[in-house]
Each structure stands twice: as C-alpha cells, then as structure tokens.
Design a protein. Sequence first.
Length: 219
Amino acid sequence: VDAQGWSRGAGRHPGTVQSVSKPVVYAVTRDDVGQEALERRVGCEPSGLPFNALALDRHGRAHNPMINVGAIISCSLLRPHDPQQARLDRVLEAWSALCGSPVSFDSAVYQSELAHADSNFALAYMAKAAGAFDPQHVRTHADITKQLEFYFMCCAVQVDCAQAGIAAATLANGGVNPITSERVFSSSTVRDCLSLMHSCGLYDYSGQFAFRVGLPAKS
C-alpha cells in the first residue's frame, strides 16, 4: 500500500464513525487483553440476524464483534476500571494513529445516542442475564450504564473521508500506517479483524457482499 491519496467535494467534512467504530474497538481490545480473553466473551461467526437482534450464540456469547451486542461486550473489556476519559483517550489515540492525524469527538452526537439508547440497554441486559459479560466488570445497573456510555463514546469519534481512507489503508497494510510508517495494531489482530469484517461486517447482508464484492468492509 503506497501513500497516494485523492479526494474531492466534501472529503474533508467530518462525521461520526458510528458502527465503523466496531473494527477499531475490536482491534484495540484484542491488542490490550489478548485473543483468548476476548473470544471467551465474543465469537467470530456471522449471526445471519439484524445488527441489533436480541440473540447470543449457543455458547452464550455475542456472535461476533461487528454487531451491537458484540461491540458493547468488547467495550466492557477495554480498561473497564479506568475513568471514562482515559478509555476514550485510548480509542482516540488508536483512531489518530490509524488516520495519521488527530481525530475529534462529537459530544452532541454522544449525548443524543445516550438519550435514545433503549434497544442497546435491552441488548446489554440480555447479555448480562446470560452471563456474557465478565462478572468482574459488569454486575450492576451502574456498570451497564458505564459500558454503554463508553460504547456511545466510541461511536461519536469524528473523522473525515480522507482520514477514513487512510485508516482503511492502514488495515489493508497489515496495521502499518502507509503515511507515517507507524505500526498501529499487531499483524495478527489486523488479520483477524479483516476476516471478521469480510464475514460479518455488513450484518445480515455480509454473505451477499462477500459474494458480490469480496472485500472486507464495515457498514
């Protein structure tokens, strides 16, 4: 992957990453806690269901980290006892390294998502009832709220299209930013992240996209 880029129009107009946050949350968590700890709680199979379905796999785990419940559980494993700002800073640092330039955070979008969070609270309580969270990290209503707040913070990270293109190129380059030459994630984490994006990244359309296009992607 070389360092050439091209953009036009509104390519420098920022927007929040929303569900495109999920691969980055997966990669940061995977590098921080390790594959085994993450896969005890989150699987690697396509669910065949909508992104917000109230469902776990037959082992009581989230099907994969590219759907809402899987991303929420992944978030719960990322430095769960640190202050929220420190956790957000870790994710912002990862995004900035991926993009090769500083990214920002949209507080208004975060507050809006937190105010309309009923379906995600339902997912989190379903997961808690099934024992899908690590009980050392999630035991109470306050714990559920803390993890969902962090999940919405991850969704409210803000990048522009040019930055998003460099982030994608960094993943395509095995985790090394082609602009800065910085290694952002381990090669094994990137390999597995791209595999998950290929098989699960477009939710219940993932199979069609894999068949028609054949590239890792995230909607």
